[in-house]
Design a protein around this ligand. Sequence first.
Ligand code: ATP
Ligand code: MG
Length: 417
Amino acid sequence: MRYSKLFGKTRKQAPKDETATNAKLLFRGGFIRREVAGVYNYLPLGIRVLNKISNIVREEMNAIGGQELLLSALQNKQSWEKTGRWTAFDALFKLTSVLENEYPLGPTHEEVIVPIAKQFISSYKDLPLSVYQIQTKFRDEKRAKSGILRGREFLMKDLYSFHKDEKDFNNYYESAKKAYKKVFKRMGLDVIETQAGGGAFSKISHEYQVITENGEDEIIYCPGGDFSANIEVSPVKEGKQCDLGHGPLERARTIEVGNIFPLGTKFSDAFGLTYKNRDGKDLPVVMGCYGIGITRLMGAIVEVHHDDKGIVWPEGVAPFAAHLIHLGGAKKVQSSKFKVQSYADQVYEKLLKAGVEVLYDDREDVSAGQKFADCDLIGIPVRLVVSEKTAGKVEWKKRTETKTQLLDLSEVINRLT
Ligand code: ATP
Ligand code: MG
């Protein structure tokens, strides 16, 4: 992608009322624009990151047998009345159409998936089953001041699993835990699996928490990694010695990027979702649900991975693998401009041909300082510079390092493919 053509450019300042680090940096880098409080538009750089995150999630959900589908955002009011959530779900957006019909705007999808599952599950042979989607959710959140961490419209992956009994459910729950750990690791996030309350359906659930200064949640955890609980349900206090000798438990502010939740038979009972066992007896289907905040993850990654110059994307989710810059557009080097630029064009073409995802800052009327600053702000993992000084080679620098290396283009391609 040529930066000169890219829709969405950098800005020196973020709007004053944008207070969260993630929103400030993503605004300045040209990734997002706010529509209204809690609602964001994703520009080309932004959607590239969301797609990277979604694809990692998709691969790991497919790996545990999840089948992808896409459920509706406008939902059926009667289904929500059946579960009692038309009135009990406090952040539910309720739409009244010009025809005076009322619709819930989906904050979650149990009320949609269970009636459909009822059409296809009748026997123990149809179980287990797991389906998921990556879709826009709507919640009328009271607080929407954390940028893309808490939106009124946001992207979520939600997976629903269906089982013949608790034992089968528990097996799947454990495989989902493993899949979640892989997902977050691939995104460059240290995530703490945390015990949380189960709400109306069960005693316990698990949240995936990322430590950040301004997180809305708080956890008590063992630095050795064998215990973590949300303070809302924690049986112990910070400072207590870990049972396994890892030292005192610590307390930290966190962001919840995902959770997994036993649903028991709450929704199966509401919709009469049963199956026949081997003896022909009708039994309720046991369910679980498994959420990951796709847009929240993008925000959490920025909260964790940034410095005073800008974002520092982990490789797995960066919008591009490399950011190519040519220096030589400034007036004083007009004479050599043509050569540098045409060499940079060649480097760009060769990188594209090799399949490298590259953002090419081809602007002629912008100073070297500005190009470097934009590059650091946008946060692509590798910076490549072509200038008079680099002659027929390419200067390589990682966003996380200060050291530069002069490399042949072939070596650059080697490293990036
Ligand atoms: P929270 O306690 O943060 O409100 P939740 O318990 O309501 O989250 P779920 O309904 O299970 O969360 O949603 C699954 C995931 O979706 C959460 O783990 C979180 O990552 C994400 N999520 C939930 N609400 C929002 C929101 N308003 N904006 C962005 N992401 C969200
Ligand atoms: Mg919530």
